[in-house]
Write a protein that binds this ligand. Structure first.
Ligand SMILES: Cc1cc2nc3c(=O)[nH]c(=O)nc-3n(C[C@H](O)[C@H](O)[C@H](O)COP(=O)(O)OP(=O)(O)OC[C@H]3O[C@@H](n4cnc5c(N)ncnc54)[C@H](O)[C@@H]3O)c2cc1C
Length: 439
């Protein structure tokens, strides 16, 4: 076993994966987690017979390795589902992705979208992330002005809480499906049979919420200490200090603590870096979970809403992921509202407003809400604005120089999925181990 003192901060999936991989290759490490339970955003709550996650948490895999790790952990407790996702547009639900299913739209919207698409295709180069200085240019180049106006611009402005022209394309990486021009034209004439996007199928638990995944991972890890909030990190003396005054020395620290929080925890840093920390931008997610007295006609997995006068951007149907998540014949929903310093919310009236909007879009009609639960998720998605690249690079290289390795969605400040952070934990563990061998 290794002698170096490796400490991991945070027992979400990223921290757990880093520890699991380190211990697998024979390196000792200890994890400190501020909450009483492991899992971070991948936790679940049981309330009145319903199981709610921190809004929808579905597993998608690009990597065979990640799939095999998850499969080994969950065994037969996994179900594969073919996505049933919808976009609410012009008073009706059309299949997702919008850009590949124009046939369901009104004639006026369809002709606007098609003429924009033809115009974009005449300009020849459709998608080039390097050429596009901002996300807005990318949308218009890839899909034309009609699809941009009718869905992609309003949806993304609502979701990110900033205008697409203020964002870069650094996060795209397959998150928005880009069908070919002929696939989009086909989709304007008839039901598009092709499935597009990274989430065309997904996996979930047969029994239990998403917390089963971090729990299974934690089961194979030694030295997890929960209920230990780190209050200060002394980089000079290589020491972490907990809220109860206890101290621990480290040689290397792997931090999955959200960067904006870390800035308050670091004992000293140059003012120039403090300035960079203050430029970090993110959106937050107000997640209302509802248990309903019936699930009749609620057959979808999730739906998107781009309209300004509808409070939420997405509604998902937990009970269709797994029947275990709601009592028999009952329904359960997650509703997501994005907010930030750029676009604040009024928490007092929001739940009432959400319920009214759910009635307007035909989801709540004739049903009773029997359980209500809120997760206010402070760090939702890092915003890839024009400062993003430089700010992140400056912060991460300062941390690295001080033997703090940034890991995780909020620890390394990237739009990462559960699969991504599992893989990132592996990379961090292997790189650290290789570096220790050299020392
Ligand atoms: C609304 C929403 C929906 C999502 N849906 C999906 C999905 O469908 N599919 C998917 O693959 N991914 C999804 N994700 C992404 C997924 O949740 C993340 O990629 C993953 O959970 C990140 O894990 P992490 O360990 O990096 O961060 P976290 O889960 O945030 O873990 C960080 C841990 O650090 C701990 N911590 C913080 N401060 C301290 C401190 N001072 N001392 C000690 N510990 C501390 C926290 O308590 C936490 O446990 C979604 C994310 C959001 C916000």
């Amino acid at each position: 076993m290794s002698k170096e003192r490796i400490i991991i901060l945070g027992a979400g999936l990223a921290g757990l994966s880093a520890a699991w991989h380190l211990q697998k290759i024979g390196r000792d490490c200890r994890i400190f987690e501020k909450e009483k339970q492991v899992g971070g955003l991948c936790r679940s709550k049981n309330i009145g017979g319903f199981s709610f996650d921190y809004s929808g948490h579905l597993l998608h895999f690009k990597s065979r390795y990640a799939f095999n790790v998850v499969k080994a952990l969950l065994g037969t407790n996994m179900i594969e589902r073919q996505r049933s996702a919808w976009v609410y547009s012009d008073g009706r639900y059309i299949p997702y992705p919008f850009q590949a299913n124009l046939y369901r739209m009104s004639d006026q919207q369809k002709s606007e979208c098609l003429s924009g698409l033809i115009d974009a295709s005449n300009k020849n180069i459709r998608v080039d992330k390097k050429q596009d200085k901002n996300f807005l240019n990318w949308i218009i180049r890839a899909f034309g002005k009609g699809i941009a106006k009718n869905f992609l611009i309003p949806y993304n402005a609502k979701f990110w809480t900033v205008a697409p022209r203020q964002m870069t394309c650094g996060w795209l990486d397959g998150f928005i499906p880009v069908p070919t021009i002929s696939e989009m034209i086909e989709g304007a004439m008839e039901d598009n049979k092709s499935k597009f996007g990274y989430n065309a199928r997904f996996w979930y638990l047969k029994k239990g919420g998403i917390v089963c995944l971090p729990n299974a991972l934690a089961g194979g890890i030694k030295n997890i200490h929960t209920g230990c909030a780190v209050e200060k990190i002394d980089l000079k003396n290589k020491e972490i200090i907990f809220s109860d005054g206890r101290k621990e020395k480290f040689d290397y620290l792997i931090s999955t603590i959200p960067l904006p929080e870390l800035s308050h925890i670091l004992k000293e840093m140059p003012e120039s870096l403090a300035v960079q920390f203050r430029k970090l931008a993110w959106n937050s997610i107000f997640n209302l979970n509802l248990g309903l007295n019936n699930n009749q006609d609620l057959k979808q997995h999730w739906a998107y809403f781009s309209q300004k006068d509808i409070s939420f951007f997405r509604v998902g149907y937990y009970h269709n992921f797994s029947s275990w998540l709601a009592p028999r014949k009952m329904g359960s929903l997650y509703i997501e509202v994005a907010y930030s310093k750029y676009k604040p919310i009024n928490r007092k009236s929001l739940t009432r407003r959400i319920k009214n909007d759910l009635r307007r879009v035909g989801i709540l009609n004739g049903r009773k809400v029997i359980v209500e639960h809120i997760n206010d998720i402070k760090y939702g998605y890092p915003i890839y604005d024009r400062n993003y690249d430089t700010v992140r690079k400056d912060i991460l290289s300062f941390l690295k120089k001080n033997r703090v390795i940034a890991c995780g969605r909020y620890g390394s400040w990237r739009y990462l999925s559960m699969e991504d952070v599992i893989l990132q934990g592996r990379v961090v563990a292997e790189e650290l181990s290789a570096c220790l061998k050299k020392e």
